[in-house]
Design a protein around this ligand. Sequence first.
Ligand code: ADE
Ligand code: ZN
Length: 322
Amino acid sequence: DQLRALLRQMPKAELHIHIEGSLEPELIFALAARNGVALAYASVEQLRAAYAFEDLQSFLDIYYAGASVLLKEQDFYDMTSAYLARAAADNVRHAEIFFDPQTHTARGVPMADVINGIHRACQDSPVSATLILSFLRHLSEEDAFATLEQALPHRDKFIGIGLDSSEVGNPPEKFARVFARCRELGFHLVAHAGEEGPPAYIETALDVLHVERIDHGVRCLEDAALTQRLARQQTALTVCPLSNTKLRVFDTMAEHNLLGLLDAGLLVTVNSDDPAYFGGYMNANFAAVFEALPLGLAHAQRLARNGFIAAFLPDEVKRRYL
Ligand code: ADE
Ligand code: ZN
């Protein structure tokens, strides 16, 4: 119908996509063959059948195993090109893409190959695309500092710094010093907070790390004062509906709090997180949430517009979409 056509056709900005989470099983097998990497699964079908997650950690274990096939600069290029082609098909006009360098440098892949491969694919795409280097929060702050040091020769190729991986037990304040350094260097700052972790992590992401957006943030509604603050400041939340149901943050899409977040006046955006693992790219996320919740045309337009409002783009570029 009319709403579904609008959801597909409206120009979108995607602000929460892990490029390693766009690696489809078919490409995992192709890269494994190309690089001579052994996989724990015999076929694409067996691998896909393993994508039944109980929580964030059960997903992360499979996600890091999938990334082990990425060894050469061309592998990073091919993965990123495939994502950008898929994004273009969903009318994504701008993407801010996370990458997790520590996942790769720990396997001996040079930082230059990771960044140059992903960046070259962004430059070759008709989709506007920028990069956000994410620190893995289950590793130490010292490791994050070493990663920053290795990445700084490439500082012109990424615009921001993020924080992802296992949230509970790894609060934002663990990374206070390295985020302070990244802030001095002039990077945009974001962090995953309030996905599985408590609302207090959203607060310290704002007050200690000084992030500009919160990735996920859906648990903010458990704290009325925090919700009011996020609404007053218009801090963007990059919400990922299919991710939240696959990782059991909400048991069903009908129980997702996206409409509650919108009704609280929050700057909510819709994103795909790890589309190859969670069953869909941008349009699938919009379709799933509009299917399950009483949302209409005005909500669709507001969500798409929020993506551009919250993007790290110059005002004159944003204005074309607002
Ligand atoms: N890395 C990739 N996807 C993630 C998510 N949803 N939360 C935390 N870390 C991630
Ligand atoms: Zn994420």
